[in-house]
Design a protein around this ligand. Structure first.
Ligand SMILES: [Zn+2]
Ligand SMILES: [Zn+2]
Length: 249
């Protein structure tokens, strides 16, 4: 198989995909778009109406240096949205297509689209998208599937914007826990940093005083909850609070 004819075919197939996608979802109608590496979601919205998709980041083209960089070679791209691009590299290795296996090299915008078309073809993408946010660095995305709005909201709800740590998983703590004073640290279950959580689990912790009230009440009820005044923090903050209570469980 010849690289150029393969790339050309992918571009042709992409045109069909793009037309179908526009027909199915009419994304041009939406006023805003937003994508987030942490959730892996691309959201189009107008007011309350939104459309959510799963995506991955193929790579980026720098207009300043005229170079293409695959996401698998980019340390600034989160695993969550670049894992899939390893498939493209593997295909490139098998097919001996050096452009698919070199992390970063001189290129042009047309080729960037070509790479994105190849990525869409190899991963069964339903569309590609280039958000226009930075004139110098163009980001190329492949959209892989539609995500039901309710599910998308559940995914988004699991994260919070923290003023100190940016966008992180949420955690729940009582009003007394803080990262400067030792007040005890009781947890719903044993935790460690960056651990995976199932959909039903959240990081939850409370102080010694809250534990006393909870034990007196025999459970988390209106009274013990009123005392705890649970608040939401980011997971980094959570582990900072845990850190200053060493040896506590
Ligand atoms: Zn407390
Ligand atoms: Zn934080």
């Amino acid at each position: 198989m010849n690289y150029n004819s393969f790339a050309e075919r992918c571009v042709e197939e992409l045109k069909v995909l793009q037309d179908k996608f526009q027909e199915d979802f009419d994304v041009d109608w939406y006023q805003n778009w937003f994508y987030n590496q942490t959730t892996g979601l691309l959201t189009f919205s107008t007011g309350e109406t939104e459309l959510n998709f799963k995506y991955f980041q193929v790579g980026s083209f720098s207009q300043k240096s005229n170079t293409w960089k695959w996401s698998w070679d980019n340390v600034h791209t989160l695993d969550n949205v670049k894992e899939t691009t390893k498939q493209i590299k593997e295909f490139g290795l098998k097919s001996r297509f050096p452009k698919l296996t070199t992390g970063c090299f001189p290129s042009d915008e047309y080729e960037a689209w070509e790479f994105t078309a190849i990525a869409a073809k190899l991963t069964n993408g339903i569309c590609v998208y280039r958000p226009v946010n930075d004139e110098e660095l163009q980001i190329f995305l492949v959209i892989t599937e539609l995500v039901d709005n309710e599910i998308a909201q559940k995914i988004k709800d699991r994260y919070v914007q923290c003023s100190a740590h940016e966008y992180r998983r949420r955690a729940f703590v009582c009003q007394h826990l803080n990262s400067t004073r030792k007040v005890g640290f009781e947890e719903a279950f044993e935790t460690f940093e960056d651990m995976e959580l199932s959909d039903e689990d959240d990081f939850q912790a409370w102080c010694d005083d809250c534990e006393t009230v909870r034990q007196n009440e025999g459970e988390w009820n209106d009274r013990s909850m009123a005392f705890a005044q649970i608040k939401v923090v980011c997971e980094k903050c959570y582990f900072e609070m845990k850190e200053i209570n060493p040896g506590h469980r």
